[in-house]
Design a protein around this ligand. Structure first.
Ligand SMILES: [Zn+2]
Length: 521
């Protein structure tokens, strides 16, 4: 609660703001909601085009808001929180694409153009709630999110309240902090608090629009690449920092405290961890909290060593493990981090060591077509994976029997990383690999599109029961844990090459700060 002194202090601020932002008496503040989200991997050769973005909408504004609210992400939080805060909401656009290579200039222009057109067409706005990932790289702009905000500001004015939410993997720059009224990031990785952050952003927007608070922000960056291997907020070293973040956010006068891990596959000047703090008019308080949390991040440096086995050793360990299932994490092909989804380093090693009872999914549209042509029950003999580029291994010859063909759609009802409910990996097939027995079936799940392993229903819907397998390969880093930890007997992270290799020395860097801690493991 606010102290008497602070209440007194606030009154002056409220009066100042009343002129600028409080809507006329009896009118509800009008706030636009929307988002353009992409995490762009500088090292992935496949560009992200306009048609790669999913843009759900319905026939009317009210129906679009209802559609967006039926989700577990931050935009659902904006809608639900905005309604609760008594805001009149106007839907702009909500566009998302699976992480991949940089976004084309044409896609950036089209999406930002449509966003701004919707904002301009709305009744006079009292604020904008905007979801941006924070690690978008485009062909021309290393910091795509800052460019979107710059264009929105240029079109809508420098003073309209603009509350932006970012992913935990945002690479936050001083320029975007300066352009936003409040900027907050997800606090968790795996990201299970997206909707909560959306609700928080809407609540803050309500208070700004009614002239109750006047936010100021501070950004402190600890000068480190916080390796993705350690970006897990449920355990040390990040857990104590997460707990402190929650505690500090409850201090009087604090609006939002955000610790973000950063995204290490974007070769941009702002790459790395960040702390952003928004307070009600108290710059010194914001700076003090940001500095404190940044120092806590910096102090964990000696806990961030990379000691992860390579494929041969990892598969040996998994085969020898008494626990089951063992999850092998193919970190160099982390689909959620923007890689190809068709790496074959673990698939080939499992076959070479004649492991049994495993499953691997591979984005392989051509192999799906072969399986479909052969039909269920027919023999399959074809090359799988290693097709996108030279970074993700050689195609592997897979022989077996086509077990399942299905539409590749599945649904997640629990809160998992990403807050997504409905998934579609395109036409898919399961090949039961030669050497499988009744008790120990080995499966390759072939998908038309790349699919992030954030839901066990990806396997269950394909007829693979995770608990019955000895080894499950996931192409991921940390995000899969929300879904897989409840069933995993053991988790073994594997150091594989690829567009999301965890060792930064596997890449050639051009724009990143040379003195960043963590660039050399
Ligand atoms: Zn993320």
């Amino acid at each position: 609660m606010l102290t008497r002194m602070m209440r007194f202090g606030l009154m002056t601020v409220v009066m100042m703001l009343a002129v600028a932002w409080t809507p006329a008496w009896g009118q509800r503040p009008v706030v636009a909601v929307g988002g353009i989200l992409h995490e762009s991997n500088s090292f992935h050769s496949v560009k992200t085009r306009l048609e790669d973005f999913r843009r759900p909408s319905a026939a009317t504004a009210a129906a679009t808001l209802d559609l967006w609210a039926d989700n577990l992400d931050e935009i659902a939080g904006y809608v639900q929180g905005g309604r609760k805060a008594g805001l009149e909401l106007v839907p702009a656009i909500a566009a998302r694409a699976t992480p991949s290579g940089p976004v084309t200039d044409a896609a950036l222009d089209a999406l930002t153009g449509e966003l701004i057109a919707k904002l301009k067409a709305a009744p006079k706005l009292d604020g904008i709630l905007l979801a941006l990932h924070g690690a978008m790289v485009t062909e021309s702009f290393p910091h795509g999110d800052a460019e979107i905000v710059r264009r929105v500001r240029a079109a809508m004015g420098e003073t309209i309240p603009l509350v932006v939410t970012h992913d935990f993997h945002a690479n936050v720059s001083p320029e975007i902090v300066k352009q936003t009224t409040v900027l907050l990031t997800y606090k968790t990785c795996p990201h299970i608090d997206q909707k909560e952050r959306g609700l928080q952003a809407a609540e803050i927007m309500g208070r700004i629009a009614r002239g109750e608070v006047k936010p100021v922000q501070a950004l402190v960056k600890p000068g480190m690449l916080y390796n993705i291997r350690y970006q897990y907020t449920s355990v040390a070293p990040l857990r104590p920092i997460y707990d402190e973040e929650l505690r500090l956010e409850k201090e009087p006068g604090v609006l939002a405290v955000s610790v973000s891990g950063g995204y290490q596959y974007a070769d941009v000047p702002a790459m790395g961890a960040s702390v952003i703090v928004a307070t009600d008019g108290n710059k010194a308080q914001a700076e003090g909290i940001a500095k404190k949390l940044s120092d806590m991040l910096w102090a964990t440096r000696d806990q961030l060593k990379l000691n992860v086995p390579e494929p041969a050793e990892a598969v040996r360990k998994a085969m020898a493990s008494a626990k089951s299932p063992v999850v092998l994490v193919e970190m160099g092909d982390n689909i959620g981090g923007g890689s190809a989804g068709d790496a074959t380093f673990l698939l080939s090693e499992l076959m070479r060591q004649k492991a049994k009872g495993w499953s691997v999914s591979v984005a392989a549209a051509v192999a799906v077509a072969m399986a479909v042509k052969a039909g269920v029950g027919a023999r399959f003999d074809g090359l799988v994976g290693g097709k996108t580029d030279k970074m993700h291994g050689e195609p592997v010859r897979v022989r077996g029997v086509v077990k399942t063909i299905y539409d590749g759609k599945f649904r997640e009802t629990e809160i998992r990383h990403g807050g997504q409910r409905y998934y579609d990996q395109g036409l898919s097939a399961v090949v039961e690999v030669e050497g499988s027995t009744r008790d120990e079936g080995s499966y390759v799940l072939l998908t038309t599109k790349r699919m992030v392993p954030f839901s066990l229903h990806q396997l269950i819907s394909a007829g693979i029961l995770p608990e019955r397998q000895k080894i499950l390969v996931v192409k991921a880093a940390v995000a899969f844990r929300a879904a897989y930890e409840p069933v995993a007997g053991e988790i073994i992270e594997v150091d594989t090459p690829g567009a999301t290799a965890i060792n930064p020395q596997r890449f050639v860097w051009k724009r990143v700060r040379a003195d960043l801690f963590g660039m050399r493991p």
